[in-house]
Design a protein around this ligand. Structure first.
Ligand SMILES: [Zn+2]
Length: 296
């Protein structure tokens, strides 16, 4: 009987874990599949990714739209890029300044018969963003929360610059940029936050736990020293820079370095899904601490 009880308990736990990871796993599998061909900006295949993200926002109950822009694709050649934007409105009487969550969905596309799946960079950030949207959709929110899946980040942060130019910076409290969230066995996530974000960063470390730690830095130089990446300018390395440039405080979440970065080995099966799920829970807890009101 005891054994039976334990078995039932065990099955329940497995079911719970499996359920928690199902959507993240599906989203990651789809975005890294050969049909999406490495999500190269300006390619036909990336349109499939944009449509998928749009559908997933809609399924979570958000109104989503495409924001189209042009970017420099090479010598004298312009490409078309498409951000996918979705918003959860503030739904209580007194609203505070908005949050903008960003994650780029483009990657390096394909070369010859090989494609670059970009599982960590940055399908991981996109699927976590979709998960966060789902988690917050049914809550009481005292801030508007806008989600933007940006295009042409790898080409030079084009999508983020275009999107940031459409915002009124004084109305945005914080940009939270997610880029490469598949944690290594060291179980660490690095956060680079601008000094202007100091009124929000207090809530980061308490939202994490001893299993996965978030280490917060306010200096790109200190982060580079910590990661032993002297040649990487972490301030300009991802979309948060576009928000910083228009005067919006930012907090950028990422794993720092990945040996498979920008190689065809950045694949779905290299991502530890239960850990990615934990990361999503922690970042959701941080965003909830900033934006969710208790039920009346
Ligand atoms: Zn990236």
């Amino acid at each position: 009987m005891l054994r039976l009880k334990i078995s039932i308990l065990w099955l329940c736990c497995i079911a719970a874990v499996a359920h928690a990871n199902t959507q993240l796993e599906t989203d990651l599998k789809v975005l890294t599949s050969p049909e999406h061909a490495g999500r190269g900006s300006g390619s036909i295949a990336i349109n499939e990714s944009a449509r998928y993200i749009h559908t997933r926002f809609s399924e979570a109950g958000l109104d989503a739209y495409y924001q189209s822009f042009r970017f420099r694709q090479g010598f004298g050649k312009l490409g078309h890029g498409h951000n996918v934007v979705a918003t959860l409105p503030c739904n209580v009487p007194v609203c505070h300044k908005a949050l903008v969550i960003s994650a780029h969905y483009d990657h390096l596309g394909s070369r010859g018969s090989r494609y670059y799946p970009g599982a960590n960079d940055n399908a991981s950030g996109v699927v976590v963003m979709l998960d966060i949207a789902q988690r917050l959709a049914s809550r009481l929110r005292h801030r508007e929360i806008t989600f933007v899946a940006t295009d042409a980040e790898e080409k030079g942060l084009y999508g983020a610059h275009f999107f940031a130019a459409t915002l009124t910076p004084s109305q945005v409290a914080l940009n939270i940029n997610l880029d490469m969230l598949a944690v290594s066995p060291k179980n660490r996530l690095y956060v680079l936050a601008s000094k202007q974000a100091s009124e929000f960063t207090y809530a980061i470390e308490p939202a994490f736990d001893s299993q996965i730690r978030a280490l917060v830095y306010t200096s790109a130089t200190s982060l580079a020293r910590r990661l032993d990446t002297p040649r990487v300018d972490w301030l300009r390395a991802s979309d948060h820079y576009a928000f910083h440039k228009v005067g919006i405080p930012f907090a950028y979440f990422g794993v720092g370095i990945d040996p498979n970065h920008h190689t065809p080995k950045d694949q779905f099966d290299k991502v530890d899904l239960p850990k990615l799920n934990q990361v999503s829970e922690h970042i959701s807890a941080f965003i909830s601490a900033l934006s969710v009101s208790a039920a009346p």
